[in-house]
Design a protein around this ligand. Structure first.
Ligand code: ADP
Ligand code: MG
Length: 577
């Protein structure tokens, strides 16, 4: 696969560097990967959005007067981490409050939610809206809900205009909600997408077939059909949207968006068809946008977004805007200014550095317990086996997700272990905190906040304990699992990591009178059984839920990584037999 890149691991950093020299009206924090307005220091409600990279110009290209104040860039197709989002909030808050614009993906929602909680705890007024316009996701009440796609662009423009003219946080939030309620999208892929770090297409799409209702991460759509002409495809997109919402009773803003690898000439062919079909159906399009605004790397195809607009929305749509990817009229920033912090504050509660006697770390268990040294070995071994299985995990995620789980969790565990080695915490609680915070701030996606929560809660439960026997290990594991359930609002049987973690917690509790080695080998067994049982389940949470019944027959990637983490714990215990 030929791509214009250097090291595939540095694509996001390299692209941000390019943006910073191309657009001097932006200020880019390379460390936290945040795109700010360079000179925007007006007293107004601030708008922050962001998400996985690979959808350019979304979101960084929409930072500027009349649109966003900051955009947070995650790894490719992976949501940014809470500390990145917190830093963006701290960097833009001028006292008028901050609106977070989140696309409805489990990873984005979890990471932005954690950042919002942290900012609120510090007294910042934060509101969030979740965009969920993709009509391709059917049965959305049985899944993670509809995905956020093209409507995000229209929302950022309209809410951005409202904020720029000085409307308050509640009003701006309300306008954003109005956009969400009145907008719908549907997409189609003519080709797959290739993540630079993976190097091969995420799915196979034969030459004569197209994927109707595709997501912007190469997630499968509603169904595959044979290739049609532009008129036929446009008609399918229009029908899917109109079947979901009536667009005949108000003026409409239409966006025909390219997915990244479709020539503009084809987008115009499509727009011509769409416009005619809509007119025939009594839909009055009064404004439009045709071009590449929310892409999916090198995917060929397009999406259609329609928004029912009243006079007020149209007025805000028409307001001036000056961003790298959307410019119109004479945009002038509000005048009153204040000093923004040059370096955004980092997340509170980061692990402090402990430099304690290393010899104590190596202390072995007295026999029937897990020592602090063994817990560290657990993380070391986990990092190693996750790393060894990185490709397999990504392969699983390519089939029912977005092909990033192996890269995500391997980056996270490696980082967590490196931080442990450096900081040498000397209690279970501190180890849990170090590992948890490392995962939260380095993984992103859905699994980052979930695994992060697991280790944080595991650690909290072990406060004051010097050696974990089976009952205390079971209690800590249960606390971790309950944390994951609460954060992800999921239960067993929904084809997630919980299908491994919950049976393991059950087994550890059931073995509370047993020897550690027996308990741990039963736990390992339960982990692999739980993992294998996900194959036959229908995914109800996370990205795989978009596939519905089509997720049957495939192992859940998060369950696979969870089983490896439990396996690593068992290995750490066995080393001391
Ligand atoms: P993303 O889906 O954002 O790309 P990852 O690929 O890193 O994130 O992780 C996907 C895994 O996260 C899934 O395989 C599943 O096990 C787990 N997961 C997703 N949503 C939830 C949830 N709500 N609760 C528990 N686990 C979840
Ligand atoms: Mg994934």
């Amino acid at each position: 696969m030929k791509k214009l890149i250097n090291d595939p691991r540095n694509v996001v950093t390299d692209a941000l560097r390019g943006m910073s020299v191309a657009h001097t009206q932006l200020r880019i924090d390379q460390d936290k990967r945040i795109i700010f307005r360079a000179s925007a220091s007006q007293k107004k409600v601030a708008l922050v959005s962001g998400g996985g990279s690979g959808h350019e110009p979304l979101h960084g290209g929409f930072v500027g007067t009349g649109m966003l104040d900051a955009a947070v860039a995650g790894e490719i197709f992976t949501s940014p981490t809470p500390d990145q989002v917190s830093a963006a909030i701290a960097g833009v808050d001028g006292g008028q409050g901050v609106l977070l614009i989140i696309k409805n993906y489990t990873g984005d929602v979890l990471n932005f939610e954690m950042a919002a909680e942290l900012a609120q705890a510090e007294g910042v007024q934060v509101e969030s809206v979740v965009v969920n316009d993709d009509v391709a996701v059917e049965d959305s009440s049985f899944t993670a809900g509809r995905r956020g796609v093209g409507l995000t662009v229209l929302l950022e423009k309209i809410a951005g205009a409202a904020a720029e003219e000085g409307q308050g946080l509640q009003q701006v939030t309300q306008i954003a909600q109005q956009v969400i309620e009145n907008g719908r999208s549907m997409g189609v892929a003519l080709s797959s997408v290739t993540l630079p770090a993976v190097g091969k297409p995420s799915f196979d799409l034969p030459d004569d077939e197209i994927e109707m209702g595709v997501g912007i991460h190469g997630e499968p759509g509603r169904h595959r059909i044979g290739m049609k002409d532009a008129h036929g495809i446009a008609s399918d997109l229009v029908e899917a949207i109109l079947a979901d919402l009536d667009f005949t009773d108000s003026p409409v803003i239409a966006m025909l968006n390219g997915m990244g690898a479709t020539p503009l000439i084809e987008l115009y062919v499509m727009y011509g068809e769409v416009e005619r079909l809509l007119a025939e159906r009594g839909v009055r399009v009064v404004r439009n946008l045709v071009g590449n605004y929310i892409t999916s790397l090198d995917m060929a195809g397009c999406s259609l977004t329609l928004l029912r607009a009243d006079d007020e929305l149209l007025r805000l749509w028409d307001a001036p805007v000056a961003t790298p990817a959307l410019t119109r009229g004479e945009a002038t920033a509000a005048t009153s200014s204040f000093e923004r912090p040059k370096t955004p504050a980092t997340m509170k509660g980061k692990p402090e550095v402990f430099m304690k006697d290393e010899a104590r770390q190596a202390e072995h268990a007295s026999g029937n317990g897990i020592s602090i040294g063994m817990m560290k070995r657990w993380i070391g071994i986990a990092a190693e086996i996750i790393n060894d299985n990185q490709e397999q995990l990504t392969e699983l995620d390519a089939t029912i997700g977005d092909a990033d789980h192996g890269t995500n969790i391997s980056r996270g565990m490696t980082q967590a272990y490196a931080t442990l080695e450096k900081s040498q915490p000397d209690s279970f609680t501190e180890i849990g905190k170090t590992v948890g915070m490392s995962l939260v701030s380095s993984v992103g996606g859905a699994s980052g906040p979930l695994y992060g929560t697991f280790f944080l809660r595991f650690g909290q439960e072990t406060a004051g304990i010097e050696e974990l026997d089976v009952p205390t290990l079971a209690a800590a594991f249960r606390a971790g699992v309950d944390g994951v359930r609460a954060r992800g609002k999921a239960e067993a049987g929904e084809k997630t990591m919980l299908d491994v973690l919950m049976p393991v917690a059950d087994v550890l509790e059931a073995y509370s009178d047993a020897q550690l080695h027996d308990a741990i080998s039963a736990a390992r067994q339960a982990a692999f059984t739980g993992r294998d049982e996900t194959v036959d389940m229908v995914a109800k949470k996370g990205r795989a839920s978009y596939l519905g019944e089509r997720s049957i027959g495939h192992m859940d990637p998060g369950a696979a990584s969870a089983a490896l983490i439990v396996d690593a714990l068992a290995s750490a215990v066995e080393e001391h037999r």
